[in-house]
Design a protein around this ligand. Structure first.
Ligand code: TXA
Ligand code: MG
Length: 315
């Protein structure tokens, strides 16, 4: 199942689909311009066609192949944060298939930081449509083993690039009258964007009631085990705890406890998030309880994913 980048590029050029590592999570990649390849991605993920994919590029210039217009602020953000965990939603060129964009007139584009991902894109010779390499609404994979668990035998190969350094999906940013609006919080935080732009931008709060981006659906990124964000005063039997920072006093009553970051490091917590959720999910627990993080910086993205994993909206 594990293949070289050359083999991956060859498979991609003949319309196949392969899982590739990025710095955020593993993606399930196919030619963004090939509707048949894109259809395979939707089928394997069991993802509804209205949920659009991100097209991944290796060089900033390739943006022009996908976007019909590049607002000034989009260009500034791309120059500042690419390569990296930032996805820009822009008006699409006609040649981008509707299937790739879920029928939307816009296309989401990202240039990943991970070298191996960019090498595969370059070798393939076209942008790669790549959603996270997991079944729809399930946990995202941050290692090649996670991909194997969910998609083994259903895809044409996996490029093993080790563990994803960042661990949560990219920040998705759209533009309203040239002003950036965050559709999905991620590793490029609101604070970083505001510092880069020199003015305030809209965060999730603006759009909560409108599903502008299907990634805003409430249930998403979920383990199979029930997940709750309200810590119990009395711990029921056979429950897990996903902690952050100082452990609560009743910790020993949990059957299994994992700590995202004992010394409250948000970067470490993001990198551990899906791996620890995968691990707790494999322990046959009755329920997992997770502690929320301080809602600053990367904490916003982590809380967003925890809220979706538990099917409760987190503002
Ligand atoms: O870090 C990431 O972004 C990873 C890696 C593989 O690059 N990819 C990823 O893809 O998370 P996916 O498909 O799981 O999430 C894509 C998100 C979804 O929330 C989708 O709704 C949003 O991007 N999106 C894509 N195209 C869009 C568009 N035209 N308008 C609004 N949102 C869009
Ligand atoms: Mg996903």
């Amino acid at each position: 199942m594990y293949i070289s980048i050359e083999k991956a590029a060859k498979i991609l050029r003949t319309g196949g689909i392969v899982a590739i590592p990025t710095e955020t999570v593993y993606g399930l990649a196919g030619n963004a311009f090939d509707e048949t390849a894109v259809a395979k991605i939707f089928a394997v993920k069991e993802r509804p066609f209205f949920d659009p994919l991100i097209a991944h590029i290796a060089e900033i210039e390739e943006l022009e192949n996908l976007a019909a217009e590049i607002p000034r602020n989009a260009k500034l953000l791309a120059e500042k944060f690419w390569p990296g965990p930032l996805t820009l939603v822009l008006p699409k060129k006609e040649k981008v298939p509707d299937l790739t964009t879920g029928g939307l007139p816009t296309v989401a584009v990202r240039m990943p930081q991970k070298q191996i991902a960019r090498e595969i894109i370059k070798l393939a010779g076209f942008p790669l449509a790549a959603p996270s390499a997991n079944k729809f609404q399930h946990l995202s994979p941050t290692s090649a083993e996670h991909v194997l668990e969910q998609l083994s035998g259903k895809i044409d190969g996996i490029v093993n690039g080790g563990v994803c350094e960042v661990g949560v999906e990219s920040t998705v940013v759209g533009f309203e009258n040239d002003i950036p609006v965050i559709y999905r919080p991620g590793a490029v935080t609101k604070e970083m964007i505001e510092e880069g732009m020199g003015y305030g931008v809209w965060g999730m709060e603006k759009n909560l009631k409108v599903v502008l981006s299907p990634g805003m659906l409430e249930k998403h990124y979920s383990p199979n085990t029930l997940l709750s964000l309200e810590l119990p005063s009395e711990v029921p039997p056979n429950c897990g705890l996903l902690a952050f920072g100082k452990l609560p006093e009743n910790t020993t009553l949990f059957a299994k406890t994992l700590n995202l970051s004992a010394n409250e490091n948000l970067t470490e917590a993001a990198a551990n998030l899906y791996g620890m959720l995968h691990e707790l999910d494999s322990c046959e627990l009755n329920k997992i309880y997770a502690m929320l993080l301080p809602p600053i910086g990367l904490g916003v993205a982590i809380n967003d994913r925890l809220g979706k994993a538990a099917s409760v909206p987190i503002v």
